[in-house]
Design a protein around this ligand. Sequence first.
Ligand SMILES: [Zn+2]
Length: 109
Amino acid sequence: MHELGLALEVVDVVSRRAEGARVRRVVLEIGALAAVLPDALRGAFEIAAVGSSAEGADLEIRPLAAHGRCRACSHVVATHDVLAVCPCGGIDLEWLDGTDLRIREMEVT
Ligand SMILES: [Zn+2]
């Protein structure tokens, strides 16, 4: 399960950054093409955090738009949909980003 691996990685990173403090909240940004299910990731995070300093922390997930350049007209489309269509009607997009997952913020006490 893809989400559990990600959750373990996030817990590992925030625990190290918290340096023994309690993690209260984590904000993740996830690209539209990362193929991550937010609910699955939230559930996996809860499990992965047990016994770590992130146990019980709130996980906020913010979707990030992906950008694709239309191969027909070079227009760059920002979208949350992998099946995006360019205003010119083109559907052949060269993806410039959208698979990123990053820890945007964390709150510790
Ligand atoms: Zn186009």
